[in-house]
Design a binder for this molecule. Sequence first.
Ligand code: FE2
Length: 420
Amino acid sequence: MLTKEQNELLTLIEGDAPMGQLMRENYWFPFALASQLVPGDAPFMVRLVGRNYIALRAPDGRIGFFDENCPHRGASLALARVEQGGNLRCIFHAWEFDIEGNATDCPTEPPERAAAFCSRVKLARYPVHEAGGLVWVWLGSGEAPAFPDLPFVGTLEKNTFLTVSLGQCNWLQGVEGTLDSAHIGTLHKTWISGIADRNKGNIGMSLDGPPQYDSDLTDYGLRAAALRPLTGGKTYARITEYMMPFICLAPSNGTRGREGVIFIIAPVDDEHHLMFFGLYSDREKQDPVAAAIQPEGGRFDRFNYAPLPGGREDRWGQDRALMKAGHFTGFGNNILEEDMVVQASMGPIVDRTREFLSATDIAIVQTRRMLLAALEGLAAGDLPPGSARRSEPVVMPGPIDVVVEAGSSWKGVAGLPVPA
Ligand SMILES: [Fe+2]
């Protein structure tokens, strides 16, 4: 349970809110799947941390990411024409900008003064970075720092499957949902039993008995383990990695450090987030978890993967007939839909002064403490865990699930070098 002030500090990000400042000044934000930016398409509309932007890709592949409003009189450049070379032309007075944000034509000035005038006009442009099938932006001040080392970026990208959905609630509800392993066996019961059926004989996804939870702070964020006893004193450990403030990687199944489920929660404003959800792997769709996320012959839109099927007035579109027929939740479109619905059902910003936490919420509690401590450190000039501004490179390990030998701790196996 938190105080009202703590809940506001953690959740509010718009305007001058400290959490929004902490995020902008320390972390790269994903804003689109790379495949959403197509040369010649209309400007791609982006909203992050309560501010509006547009992005577009030029024919040569370069990406421009700009403030949404024309520097002239503020008309939205989402309405702009896309011209030769990916230049943007505002439809209000036909000012034109190139992909670097330079004004190249200001027809409201007399021809003899236009060139000098244009050279003084600047459309605010932000550094972008393509990695892991996503496009990321640096919204902080100064030069963009190095992009962190993330386990799904690089050689494993070829088998990555990624989607994006609009979450109808505050970013922290999205993050806390991914750190809460305890809900997997209940909320996702129907999906998990389908995965288990396809997965007979594999120790992974064993859900016998309630797990114990344990978590550890790291220099990038937090590592959380769900522990289940096996015979002979051994333990089955599923270790989820969280990089502050919004990247969460969960083990898939027998992950060997080379695959995992991706959840990245990019804050849109106080009451919305973008949920980037998917799977990275070194094998091609052999994994039953991959089959559940990317169903064979299933209908899904990667750019709008888990829209809410309804609102509060119609019980969020829940299918009670499906429920009567044996589905645990009555949300049968995909596994993420269940998460998006329960998180939205808590309200746009859940009231954490009224919650009643339980033993399995330990990672959530530790994460909140870490975030509050980071905000406190902000005033003193401390860099938060995982900050891209740190002088040493930020490295996030991949999630793993492993059998821990009797007498050993899961902490000893976490972060093992990736097997070849
Ligand atoms: Fe979930």
